[in-house]
Write a protein that binds this ligand. Structure first.
Ligand code: C5P
Length: 319
């Protein structure tokens, strides 16, 4: 392999619908969720340095992070992009009996908030899967897509969707994906928080809330929201947007209620917590309204940052 750099891009997501079923024996919850990939993205560059042969131990020897929330992103082996790259290298080495592979250096430029419920870490992993696999091309045959998806699912529940992109129905942990027909372009405003929320903590809070109120049944039927997406009418989509994790996220971060409650007054169609939060997702009728909603959120001090985005957009890809 010669010295080279491969760049890849991956997008964040919003859960237009997030139904959370019972906790399973493995600790994960059974989901029925409709993901939409949105234009906020992270860019990853992976450089292979064949002059530095690695026979054993980690191949990723350096990680640099710049951009949004960069100081919050780990640069060690807990970074999902690092784990994704190592997993791909391990597959190629095993498959082709390679005694060594080059040292890798990564530069991650963040545009997706960290710990914001928008799958930023998962998107980085998806970009790393594509970029690292591309480093082995054309010398070695590409890994089958099923294998990349298999690695993705092992890395995290949202990694397969960030690899796939578009709009999709996710079941199981969220990794069992079926593409969903979505017409038109949806305009979003994401209100970002300075602090993140821990995904396991939000799921745990939901379990506690449900224990106290067993009548609060999960919402697992995506028929209405998928019909609305196929119609291309943002108002119909807004009516059927839902997030079972929302009460848990709002209890853990009560100040989110103010911005959430201001959605209609700001002229957004609807607001939901994005994934496990704390990012708030405002669906708007068009781009101009989205710009106005973002300005309103900032002017009224309802968010520290507000970003306009659209979806659906493609999955992780080499640039
Ligand atoms: O798969 P991922 O690493 O993103 O999941 C993070 C945590 O979120 C899990 O450890 C679990 O606590 C929670 N989770 C869950 N059910 C899911 C997905 C995530 O309980 N379907």
């Amino acid at each position: 392999m010669r010295r080279r750099v491969v760049r890849a891009r991956a997008h964040g997501k919003v859960n237009v619908f997030l139904g959370v079923g019972e906790a399973r024996a493995d600790g994960f919850h059974e989901l029925s969720t409709v993901f939409q990939a949105v234009s906020l993205h992270d860019d990853l560059a992976v450089e292979a340095v064949p002059a530095r042969r690695v026979e054993s131990g980690p191949h990723v020897r350096g990680v640099r992070v710049t951009g949004l929330d960069a100081q919050k992103v780990p640069t060690d082996s807990t970074n999902l992009a690092v784990r994704a790259a190592e997993a791909v290298v391990a597959r190629y080495r095993k498959r082709h009996g390679l005694s060594w592979a080059p040292a890798l250096f990564m530069h991650l430029h963040k545009g997706i908030p960290t710990a914001g419920g928008m799958a930023g870490g998962s998107a980085d992993a998806a970009a790393a899967l594509r970029a690292t696999a591309a480093l082995f091309s054309p010398e070695y045959p590409a890994l089958p897509e099923e294998e990349l998806y298999e690695i993705a699912a092992e890395l995290g529940s949202d990694v397969p969707f960030t690899l796939m992109g578009g709009t999709a129905w996710g079941r199981g942990r969220g990794e069992n994906l079926t593409p969903v027909l979505s017409k038109g372009r949806y305009h979003w405003v994401f209100a970002l928080s300075r602090e993140g929320l821990s995904t396991p903590a939000v799921f745990k809070k939901l379990d506690d809330l449900r224990y106290a109120r067993p009548e609060a049944a999960p919402h697992l039927d995506v028929t209405a929201v998928t019909k609305a997406l196929a119609s291309g009418d943002p108002l119909a989509v807004a009516v059927h947007m839902h997030n079972d994790l929302e009460p848990a996220a709002l209890q853990l971060m009560p100040r989110l209620r103010v911005a959430h409650g201001a959605a209609v007054e700001l002229e957004a169609l609807r607001c939901v917590v994005s994934g496990s939060g704390p990012t708030l997702a405002f669906l708007c009728r068009d781009e101009a309204t989205a710009e106005a909603v973002a300005e309103g959120l900032l002017a009224q001090n309802l968010a520290s940052r507000a970003v306009v985005a659209h979806g659906p957009v493609p999955g992780a890809r080499v640039l």
